[in-house]
Design a protein around this ligand. Structure first.
Ligand SMILES: *Cc1c(COP(=O)(O)O)cnc(C)c1O
Length: 433
């Protein structure tokens, strides 16, 4: 039998998260207070985040221990996850390259997002927080945080972009089943939501608007804190469990990847998968190339500006130095809902700016074609977000074929597409727009 799947035992699972901040080529530009343009102080964030997560956000420690309770919870979400080789895809493409994919779709919530959701719920619980507020676009983050709040016996209030709330009823029911309250955003729960509904009672909403609502709901509730599923340093940190496992798996295989590929919405699955390797490359111990993939219709890294911008639409967040399309950007309603964000994580942005990470973009149609090919060869239906990484990996494998090179390509399989069948329906019916 060929080595198609490389696994780790629970005992082999990494016990620490990797923090890239001290290894960055230049220090990360700090978040700024929008009024004074001065760097924000940790205490400015205490209204919305617990102290432990604020400390992680700014930590210069290279590694941070994963609490025992979170290690236990990682068992529930099927960690460590396998690294699988896409042999049937390689054969179909007739490429000499090896293609590997890291299985983050095996979490019961369907994506990598539980890696940080469980950690965030745990730290909030430890500091006496009773409820988390958050936003969700397509519903993957809302599902992951709802699972985590249910696991740690906390309440959860989710503001879901109205267009998705109406189009994706099943994600909504997942969240409700886990005990969360789910509101279509803009909602009548906040002043900001009410002001938008007064202008347009059928407002479709956006991720930036939902973030503003979740922040307002948190600030008005002293038992609540706010939770964000991507972008921030502590979220990237928690996701590095993915890349550290992958590193051990490549050691078992006795191979080094030439390319690591991931899709980028806010940047967390890409960061989690690549940062442990990026750290090695910055220390000149590896030559791997890092490819960040985004939709052509939301070209944050390939066509955005590297500047300070707000994380939300209502201008409530600190200013973050990042690639951005502008916080008023209204993304087109592509099926990869998780990639429809105007900005990208400051850490990922800095590495793009330094030329360490290379961004590419693809059109929706070619991404769905790649997803269909992958599903037929490997039997796994990818999320539309993940399919962006698949398209890029296939292109690298075809390039290797042209040059007759045995390249080793790995991508992060960030989530499954079993609750995204409306997108596949449109693809199969030929009505993708
Ligand atoms: C949320 C999500 C993404 C995009 O978010 P990142 O923070 O960029 O990882 C990608 N893939 C899946 C399956 C998601 O759920």
């Amino acid at each position: 039998m060929r080595t198609i799947r490389t696994t780790l035992t629970p005992e082999e699972m990494p016990r620490r998260w990797y923090n890239i901040l001290p290894d960055l080529p230049t220090p990360l530009p700090p978040p700024l207070n929008p009024a004074t343009k001065e760097p924000i102080s940790p205490s400015d964030l205490e209204a919305i985040f617990p102290k432990s997560l604020i400390a992680q956000e700014m930590s210069q420690d290279s590694y941070i221990d994963i609490p025992e309770e979170v290690l236990d919870a990682y068992m529930l979400v099927m960690r460590p996850s396998p690294l699988q080789r896409a042999v049937r895809l390689e054969e179909k493409l007739k490429t000499p390259a090896k293609i590997y994919y890291k299985r983050e779709d095996l979490s019961p919530a369907g994506s990598h997002k539980t890696n940080t959701a469980l950690a965030q719920a745990y730290y909030n619980k430890m500091e006496g927080v009773e409820r988390l507020t958050t936003e969700t676009g397509a519903g993957q983050w809302g599902s992951a945080l709802s699972l985590a709040c249910s696991y740690f016996d906390m309440k959860c209030r989710v503001f879901m972009v109205r267009a998705s709330y109406d189009q994706k009823p099943y994600r909504r029911e997942v969240m409700r089943l886990f005990g969360s309250e789910v509101f279509p955003s803009p909602s009548d729960q906040t002043d900001f939501g009410k002001s938008l509904l007064a202008k347009d009672k059928n407002h479709p909403g956006s991720l930036g608007i939902a973030i503003s609502e979740a922040l307002e709901a948190c600030i008005k509730d002293d038992k609540a804190k706010y939770s964000l599923g991507s972008v921030l340093n502590h979220v990237m940190l928690h996701q590095t469990i993915i890349g550290q496992e992958t590193m051990l798996q490549f050691q078992k295989l006795g191979e080094k990847p030439d390319y690591l590929v991931g899709c980028v919405g806010g940047g967390s699955n890409f960061a989690g998968f690549t940062f442990p390797f990026v750290g090695q490359k910055l220390k000149k111990k590896l030559e791997t190339e890092f490819i960040a993939v985004e939709p052509t219709s939301v070209p944050t890294l390939t066509d955005g500006k590297y500047e300070y911008d707000f994380g939300d639409t209502a201008e409530m967040t600190p200013l973050l130095m990042m690639y951005t399309l502008g916080h008023a950007f209204v993304p087109s309603p592509i099926h990869a809902g998780g990639l429809r964000y105007h900005g990208a994580a400051p850490t990922v942005s800095a590495l793009v700016n330094e030329g360490v990470v290379k961004p590419v973009s693809y059109q929706q149609q070619e991404v769905f074609e790649a997803a269909a090919l992958f599903a037929n060869q490997e039997g796994v239906i990818p999320a539309p977000e993940t399919s962006h990484a698949i398209k890029a990996a296939i292109d690298l494998a075809l390039e290797a074929k042209k040059n007759n090179e045995e390249k080793i390509i790995a991508f992060n399989f960030s989530g499954h597409g079993l609750l995204d069948l409306a997108g596949y329906q449109a693809y199969l019916d030929g009505t993708l727009t």
